[in-house]
Ligand binder design. Structure first.
Ligand SMILES: [Zn+2]
Ligand SMILES: [Zn+2]
Length: 945
């Protein structure tokens, strides 16, 4: 029987089972709509989210779990509200990371990637991916992410690769892709260019070397003068082609038009004049190495200087470096500095702190280096992407950021964007679909479709063509996802239902760390390519309908309990899978949701998770109580009609107070939860649900309803049935409200409520309670009366504690008669009508309503309860001998304190030295001690002999 819940709540036992069930039953699939219905639907209607694709090499970390919990809460909530929802999962092929990982494997077998060859190596990566690539998605399945598994994508899938090729070809034809020599961040370890965003900067204590370059006269002979330059990378001097000075620098006016002899190499190089040079930095003379520095590259372009690349792909000096050829860059640096010193050309060495860029993947120091790469001319794409975020003429924004501050960050970056280097010197990834012709040197770019690859040059027809060896930046393909997962570029009349139904997506939930990497690129590529896709009715697509998503929600970071960033080196990484094993997915999800206040990072604290496991346990126990009563009721023929479940309960006007109150509370809670989720206030929503379940439902309502569940011979069956029905209705509704936050326990208990025969396969497909709390199902009078009653009971309980009344003992209570204006509540009436509630919850034997205090007899302690006063009739039992001893000890202590204070205050030396406030304080202490002494003496006198 599903009603027979195990005595204790064991999350692992239920979670594995439901996680498997949800996937097996394919519950969260969102099939392609019928073409004819799609055409009448406004685009993007419904609620669609794309999963920021985790790397195929990845394992789930706390940041993922947080992101997925927030996404899943919204998706489940929307699904239950009846929206057509879709959450699309997938993984990214992660070019560098995956290649590095497999390369390491190959090396451990004693081979190299090069020995294997490109084709065999790529096959190895595929093989690796088939075996291990699904780890993170497997973890998502276990954690119950309600994604459509039938739509799972991988960025190297055939259909997505077609989109990548089409995008490349279109941009190329539009003149927006070019090939050129440019300074890129080169990783000598990964042997590829990496993007600016993939470079992490660290402060390093290094040196600034000052080197003397001999000046030449017009005759080509040394004048005996030197121009001293300063550099942090002396090895790059091998590639120097000039030295630049500021044209107005008075120190060097006489050197205008002169030449220098480059030390060690012997090349004659010009002194050039450029206003870019800072007169204050170093010596005011700057060596110019266009092939190894972006600023120098710009200088070189301005002054038409050659570029001399002196390093190879592994950052060893090449043949241009003369005697240093073959040396590693740092070995060469040492050798060069030593040689300069020997030749008397080293003017000085200064300590210097500089920012050094490292490869984000392998931490190798990046070498700025000239190389030939493929670029996207970014301006026209960026213009659209800016327009999509800025308000239009009517003040409307096509894409809205939450929190709003990120809009500015995004725009600032987009307005200063550089051309995007899209080529990577890797083997794993989308190989650039361009062929170089050996005959005419021109490039053939091939679209997908037809014969797979071109065999002849499209310009001269030569068969001597070879495909470009570079692959595309991973973000080029992931930036296309919003269009490509819904079928772009093949949007035909028969084949556009998905695109029409799901594009633009509704929301992107992601972290700040990929705002530029991914979010910005999706906006650029999404607006650019979908803009060419007409609307279902054939009209042109506006920018508002071209955006890849209408909203971006940037979530916080998950840090450790001390607000430190989690990192492997610090050893403070919390593994979500371990925490889930300990406390259950539901408790971890609830922790993350309840801590997700906007703009604040989460300090993940296991103690909170422990608390929410206790919360789940409380709900479990409430269910057990409920089912026991349902089963007892069944024995005497009372059953709850299952058709009464599934909506929002209503209470009859003549229903008992607690029934009217809990129904009103439930409605109000549902209203607030919906409101909070609309605003991405996961923390508020979680806290409201928590308070309802733990406080209103468990602590109050369940305690009161016990009074109504009368199964005796003499019971009024109708009343019992009504009470039981409301109880089950409220619980069932509350489970649905909880479900997006704690999907597992709510699923388990919800099936049990229906005795294993619910009307739908899952609570996730039931409807969400959406009552607006301002609607007429609210019952402010019942809520107000209940608050008064709760106040009264709370004070009575407090007073019992103060008087040490044993828990089992019931005592009489006296209440002063009063009248309350609000809602015409007569407090006497309130008490009389709910006397059983007060008696049960405060353990009161009899209640007397008195007119005034004087009429009440005995020595009573009156307590105010907000609307009236109450007193409990109870003689506090005291141990006279013990009290006497206690009073005496107290008196002795006060006397001692007074004597001490008197002694100090009588000491003239102390009074002279001590600051005034100390003396003042001491006097106050003495006065207070005297007062307490008087009171203690009075207490002692009052004690019976
Ligand atoms: Zn690297
Ligand atoms: Zn050709």
């Amino acid at each position: 029987m599903p009603h027979d819940l195990p005595k204790s709540y064991d999350p692992t036992a239920i979670e594995d089972r439901w996680a498997e069930y949800w996937v097996r039953e394919n519950l969260f699939a969102q099939p392609t709509p019928e073409p004819d219905s799609a055409s009448v639907r406004p685009p993007g209607e419904g609620f669609t989210i794309l999963l920021p694709p985790p790397n195929v090499t990845g394992n789930l970390h706390m940041g993922h779990m947080f992101e997925h919990a927030e996404s899943d809460i919204l998706i489940r909530w929307r699904r239950m509200r009846g929206d057509r929802v879709l959450w699309v999962p997938g993984t990214d092929h992660a070019g560098i990371a995956t290649q590095m990982l497999v390369e390491r494997q190959v090396v451990s077998e004693g081979k190299t990637r090069q020995q294997l060859g490109r084709e065999a190596f790529v096959e190895r990566v595929w093989e690796w991916r088939r075996h291990y690539g699904g780890a993170i998605l497997g973890q998502m399945k276990r954690l119950g992410a309600s994604v459509d598994w039938q739509r799972e994508y991988f960025t190297m899938d055939d259909n997505l690769s077609v989109a990548v090729r089409e995008a490349f070809a279109r941009l190329y034809e539009q003149g927006l892709i070019y090939r050129g020599a440019y300074i890129v961040n080169w990783c000598p370890r990964c042997q590829t260019a990496i993007s600016d965003l993939e470079v992490v900067y660290d402060e390093h204590k290094g040196h600034l070397w000052e080197i003397r370059y001999p000046v030449h006269g017009d005759d080509g002979k040394e004048t005996g003068e030197f121009l001293t330059i300063a550099t942090t990378r002396p090895e790059t001097m091998l590639g120097d082609v000039a030295v630049a000075i500021h044209p107005e620098d008075e120190r060097y006016l006489h050197l205008h038009g002169k030449k220098l002899r480059l030390p060690l190499i012997g090349r004659e190089i010009p002194i050039i004049l450029d206003e870019w040079v800072s007169r204050d930095f170093g010596t005011g003379a700057v060596k110019v190495t266009p092939a190894h520095d972006p600023n120098d590259f710009a200088l070189g372009e301005r002054h038409h200087l050659p570029s001399i690349n002196v390093m190879d792909d592994t950052a060893h000096i090449n043949a241009e470096g003369g005697v240093y050829a073959g040396l590693d860059r740092y070995v060469a640096r040492k050798r060069i500095v030593a040689d300069l010193e020997e030749q008397g050309l080293l003017a000085g060495v200064k300590d210097h702190t500089n920012n050094i860029g490292h490869c984000d993947r392998c931490k190798t120091v990046v070498e700025p280096r000239l190389s030939t790469q493929w670029f996207v001319k970014i301006q026209p794409l960026a213009d659209k992407a800016i327009a999509a975020v800025k308000p239009d003429a009517d003040g409307k924004k096509a894409i809205r950021f939450t929190p709003e501050q990120y809009e500015k960050t995004y725009l600032n970056w987009m307005e200063n964007i550089h051309d995007w280097c899209i080529s990577r010197q890797l083997w794993w990834g989308h190989r650039i679909p361009a062929w170089h012709c050996g005959a005419c040197r021109k490039i053939t770019v091939a679209r997908p479709g037809g014969s797979p690859d071109p065999t002849t040059c499209s310009h001269c027809g030569s068969a001597q063509i070879t495909q470009e060896t570079d692959v595309l930046d991973t973000w080029f393909s992931s930036g296309l996802l919003p269009v490509s997962v819904f079928g772009w570029p093949n949007i035909t009349a028969e084949n556009r239902a998905d695109f029409d139904a799901f594009y633009p997506t509704s929301l992107l939930i992601t972290g700040f760390d990929i705002l530029f990497f991914w979010v910005a690129r999706m906006i650029m590529l999404g607006c650019w390519f979908s803009g060419d896709v007409p609307m279902p009715d054939g009209s042109p697509r506006s920018l508002a309908d071209s955006v890849p998503f209408r909203e971006v929600y940037i979530h916080a970071l998950v840090r450790d309990a001390n607000r430190e960033k989690m990192s492997k080196t610090k050893g403070n990484v919390v593994d979500p899978i371990e925490i889930v094993k300990q406390f259950g997915t539901d408790a971890v999800r609830f922790t993350l949701a309840s801590m997700a206040s906007p703009g604040t990072d989460i300090a993940f604290n296991v103690a909170r998770t422990e608390g929410y496991r206790a919360f789940a346990n409380k709900i479990w126990n409430a269910a057990r109580f409920l089912f026991q009563n349902v089963d007892r009721a069944a024995e005497i023929g009372i059953t709850v009609d299952p058709t009464a479940l599934g909506g929002l309960p209503k209470a009859a006007p003549d229903a008992p107070l607690e029934e009217r109150w809990i129904v009103a509370e439930l409605n109000a809670t549902a209203g607030k939860v919906n409101q909070s989720l609309e605003e991405y206030r996961f923390d508020e929503a979680a806290s409201i649900i928590y308070q309802f379940f733990w406080g209103s439902f468990c602590d109050w309502y369940l305690e009161i309803v016990k009074l109504r569940l009368d199964f005796s011979e003499t019971a009024d069956k109708e009343k019992t049935k009504a009470a039981l029905t409301t109880l089950v209705q409220v619980f069932e509704t509350a489970l649905r409200m909880l479900s997006p936050f704690m999907p597992f326990i709510s699923e388990e208990l919800w099936h049990a409520v229906y005795d294993g025969n619910p009307s739908t396969k899952s609570i996730a497909l039931a409807s969400y309670p959406t009552q607006n709390y301002q609607s007429d199902s609210s019952d402010p009078r019942a809520q107000y009366r209940m608050i008064l009653l709760q106040d009264l009971i709370r004070v009575a309980r407090e007073e019992r504690k103060n008087r040490d009344i044993p828990e089992k003992e019931s005592v009489p209570m006296i209440i002063i008669s009063s009248f309350i204006q609000e809602f015409g509540t007569d407090s006497d009436d309130l008490v009389k009508q709910n006397i059983d509630i007060i008696q049960r919850l405060a353990r009161i034997s009899t209640i007397t309503i008195a007119d005034r205090r004087e009429t009440a007899s005995g020595d009573l302690n009156w307590r105010s309860v907000g609307f009236t006063e109450i007193a409990l009739v109870h003689n506090k039992q005291i141990d006279v001998a013990a009290e006497r001893e206690r009073s005496k000890r107290e008196i002795a202590q006060h006397e001692k304190n007074i004597a001490n204070a008197d002694r100090q205050l009588g000491n003239a030396g102390f009074l002279e030295r001590a600051p005034a406030h100390i003396v003042e304080g001491l006097k106050k202490q003495r006065d207070e001690a005297k007062r307490l002494l008087d009171k203690a003496r009075g207490d002692l006198d009052a004690l019976p002999e």
